[in-house]
Design a protein around this ligand. Structure first.
Ligand SMILES: Nc1ncnc2c1ncn2[C@@H]1O[C@H](COP(=O)(O)OP(=O)(O)OP(=O)(O)O)[C@@H](O)[C@H]1O
Ligand SMILES: [Mg+2]
Length: 787
């Protein structure tokens, strides 16, 4: 049997189409991504296309890696020569080769949000702009929006004449861009913008890639923005002598899953594809292979409420499966508690793996409570997004050292660490050096080397020189090929005293920071081992700069995943908990109050994305009462719940309707009246014998006891109601393991205890982990579990 036998006729048609533009427009879970993978395999395997001629653009690095692996599995060779990457990584590779045409050094740095903020603050200070009136965040988002629309600082300036506020923005944009260039740095938006600029002005570079990329494929095309569209359409429009376009562009997407309008995504890129590329072949896929028909019907019903869409219906022969469940809890704590209990039971009793579960929410802030409950249950988890590992202070510090050693042109990195650990270099000294650097058109680091010639530095000079010598020594060591990146980080930690300072602090926080630094060393070691190119400091920093949050999600990690709905796009999980289904949370308060009716449609598409991530079971939940930014909110269930027909849903309530809106059925939900009202009176659920009043227990104990709905939905949780739960809280003081025992750590997995040293009331335990090596941790902190 060939691999193509597993495709349905429409999928096969798409895979085999290899001349001219192709648009695959289809709903969630219909195999769009799968078609792309098989199409690459088909081109290489059956049509003898050189893998070198293929460019596939995915939405995340994780998706890129997965696609390469899938092609590897199918074809078994050549996949390393295909360019499978995100828009940003693709552009970095192009710019590393050609950016000198635009007056940058090929060794450029990529700025993250933090670096951007620092830079914008400097710019505002320099231009005397009050950041209370002109907020950093809005300045940055205006600059980002301009770049996404291909608007240069010069054009921005022209178009803002006569408008005082816009002129201010224009001057900030201009100065910001000037400084980025001085620092030989690009922000994320620049990566694509500059590549488009390169192609517009340097036909040799464009022709090189046009000739190379004969086959171009783009996944999640519905979320491309103007600048990305420009990039793709420029690359894909080489004409032969007869005026016929030679490149073969294939895009796949789903207009119902367009959820990045706030980042400039232009839904018309997909809706107008056929106009942009005449003679486009359009293929629709209608069978969903991912979800049960119940989940799919619910998704179809919800999205049907959007007006501006191409109507399409998905079907599946996966069977009905279980009904969806919706539970309204009293508080967000109860919601998290019950969801985690439910998951715990499924794992414990039914033997499910952790990675079969995902908890999805609208905003990152919702993750914290789940995290606490998961820790109590000893369930390993990973939060995608939130505090990104690379945003942590200690990691940013070490990376700033590495950037300074690699490229002294990055002023922000140098300024970050010039006084870390403290060297007694004050702000006045830094300001004077900055002025000197500006006057002499040199980088901040270059100016530090000239400290003796800078007037007014006084004792500052003698404090600067040891710093410069340290960096220079490390630079020269790096020139030796036998000196590894691991050696470099260790030497930075030793020579600067960074590590000893943390060790001396002897707090749990410092211990956590040391563990994070160890994690960075692990990362560097694995980079040196696995990179396809010659390992280098620039290469490592580039890889780190491009790691989107979602990329921390490794398939091999058997953990429960927590993430926002936005991050979940393209992924699938057997069990999905979609929480916080409340008016004001999802749809968000901003959308509800927006003048633009399409905002609510975008929110509904996000709901469609969420529902369609689930393969077997979908749990929806809400809290009546929730703390948001320090204030208690009382929210009604989301209008999206009201849009799911009742026959697909089993509902329950954790207690009486103390906070529910009460009254008629439509007012149970926010927004427009529910299409299929399923509540009778405000307090009684039809279709069951239970009325909330009978079961409301003021002490909050087992409210599920007499609930007939409990066997479905969150049924399992009744076995571990709040009372039982309190009893199983682990006590950190109990240590039931010793040297030689096998233990489990919530994050690092299974290891063997190699040493235990008493320290005060506590023990410092050394554990040898298979993949991570030895880690030291405090017993009270680590909560190791004996196996
Ligand atoms: N013909 C098929 N036979 C069996 N399984 C399939 C087939 N087509 C797709 N699948 C499976 O269905 C699931 C969904 O496929 P895929 O992720 O490619 O869908 P998608 O359209 O890209 O979804 P999304 O819109 O969420 O990105 C995957 O597990 C995939 O392996
Ligand atoms: Mg997909």
């Amino acid at each position: 049997m060939s691999i193509y036998d597993t495709l349905n006729p429409q999928q096969l048609e798409a895979v085999k189409h290899n001349k001219g533009p192709l648009l695959i427009l289809a709903g969630a879970g219909s195999g769009k991504t799968r078609v792309l993978t098989h199409r690459i395999a088909y081109l290489i395997d059956e049509l003898d296309v050189n893998p070198w001629n293929i460019l596939a653009i995915t939405f995340t690095n994780k998706a890129a890696k997965e696609m390469r692996e899938r092609v590897d599995n199918i074809v078994g060779y050549g996949s390393e020569n295909i360019w499978v990457s995100t828009f940003h990584s693709t552009c970095v590779r192009i710019l590393r080769r050609y950016i000198d045409c635009l007056g940058y050094d090929k060794n450029f740095t990529i700025y993250d949000t933090d670096d951007q903020k620092t830079l914008i603050r400097d710019v505002c200070k320099y231009l005397n702009i009050d950041t209370k009136t002109y907020k950093e965040r809005s300045l940055l988002s205006a600059i980002s929006a301009a770049k996404n629309e291909l608007i240069t600082p010069e054009r921005y300036e022209r178009e803002s004449q006569g408008d005082l506020t816009k002129s201010k923005y224009a001057s900030v944009y201009k100065e910001y861009q000037k400084r980025l260039k001085q620092n030989n740095a690009l922000d994320f938006d620049d990566l694509i913008f500059k590549t488009v600029e390169l192609f517009e002005n340097h036909t040799d570079a464009l022709e090189y890639y046009q000739k190379r990329f004969k086959y171009i494929m783009v996944d999640e095309y519905q979320d491309t923005n103007t600048v990305q569209f420009k990039l793709i359409s420029t690359l894909a429009s080489r004409r032969n002598e007869d005026g016929i376009i030679e490149n073969n562009l294939c895009v796949v997407g789903d207009d119902d899953q367009s959820i990045y309008k706030f980042r400039g995504a232009n839904i018309y890129n997909i809706l107008n594809f056929e106009k942009q590329f005449p003679s486009t072949k359009v293929i629709k896929l209608e069978q969903n292979y991912r979800s049960t028909s119940t989940i799919l019907d619910a998704a179809n019903e919800v999205i049907h409420n959007n007006l501006g869409r191409k109507d399409k219906r998905l079907w599946t022969d996966n069977g009905e499966g279980e009904p969806l469940s919706f539970t309204q809890f009293d508080t967000e704590y109860e919601e998290a508690n019950e969801i985690v209990s439910d998951m715990y039971n499924l794992i414990l009793n039914d033997g499910h793996d952790y990675n079969e579960f995902a908890i999805l929410y609208r905003t990152n802030a919702q993750s914290r409570i789940f995290e606490e409950k998961l820790i109590l249950r000893n369930i390993p988890y990973k939060i995608v997004g939130g505090t990104n590992f690379y945003q942590r202070k200690e990691i940013k510090d070490i990376l700033a050292y590495l950037k300074t050693i690699d490229n002294g042109l990055d002023d922000i990195a140098v300024k970050r660490i010039i006084n870390i650990p403290r060297r007694g270099i004050g702000l006045t000294t830094i300001d004077r050096v900055t002025d000197y650097a500006i006057w002499n058109g040199m980088s901040f680091y270059e100016a530090l080397k000239h400290a003796e010639s800078i007037p007014g530095l006084g004792r500052g000079t003698s404090k600067i020189s040891p710093f410069v010598s340290l960096i220079e020594v490390l630079k020269s060591k790096m020139a030796n090929p036998a000196y590894s990146l691991e050696d470099l980080i260790n030497e930075v930690l030793e020579a600067t005293g960074y590590l000893s300072e943390l060790e001396a602090e002897d707090t749990e926080e410092a211990q956590g920071r040391i563990e994070n630094i160890n994690e960075l060393i692990n990362k560097v070691v694995s980079y040196e081992k696995t990179t396809e190119e010659e390992p280098s400091l620039s290469g490592f920093l580039e890889e780190v700069a491009l790691v989107a949050d979602i990329d921390n999600l490794e398939d091999s990690n058997n953990v429960v995943v927590l993430m926002t709905l936005h991050s979940a796009k393209g992924l699938e999980f057997p069990y999905v908990y979609l929480c916080g289904m409340e008016e004001g949370i999802f749809p968000s308060y901003m959308c509800i109050n927006s003048d633009d009716p399409t905002d609510i449609e975008e929110e509904r598409r996000l709901c469609y994305v969420g529902i369609t991530r689930a393969m077997k079971r979908l749990y929806l939940s809400a809290a009546r009462q929730r703390m948001v930014r320090g204030e208690t909110q009382f929210n009604r269930p989301s209008r999206f719940i009201g849009e799911i027909p009742r026959y697909l849903l089993s509902q329950s309530s954790s207690s009486g309707n103390r906070y529910s809106a009460g009254g008629n059925s439509s007012s149970q939900f926010g927004g427009s009246p529910a299409k299929t009202p399923y509540y009778g009176s405000g307090s009684t659920q039809k279709g069951g014998t239970w009325t909330p009043q009978e079961n409301t227990q003021s002490d909050g104990k087992d409210v599920f006891a007499n609930n007939p709905f409990i066997t479905k939905g969150f049924g399992g949780s009744s076995k571990l109601g709040p009372t039982t739960f309190d009893k199983i809280k682990p006590s950190p003081a109990v240590i039931d393991y010793g040297v030689g025992d096998t233990v489990k750590h919530i994050k690092f997995g299974v290891g063997i205890v190699s040493e235990m040293v008493k320290q005060g009331d506590d023990y410092v335990v050394s554990v040898d982990f298979d993949t991570l090596g030895t880690k030291k941790m405090k017993a009270s902190f680590a909560k190791l579990q004996k196996l």
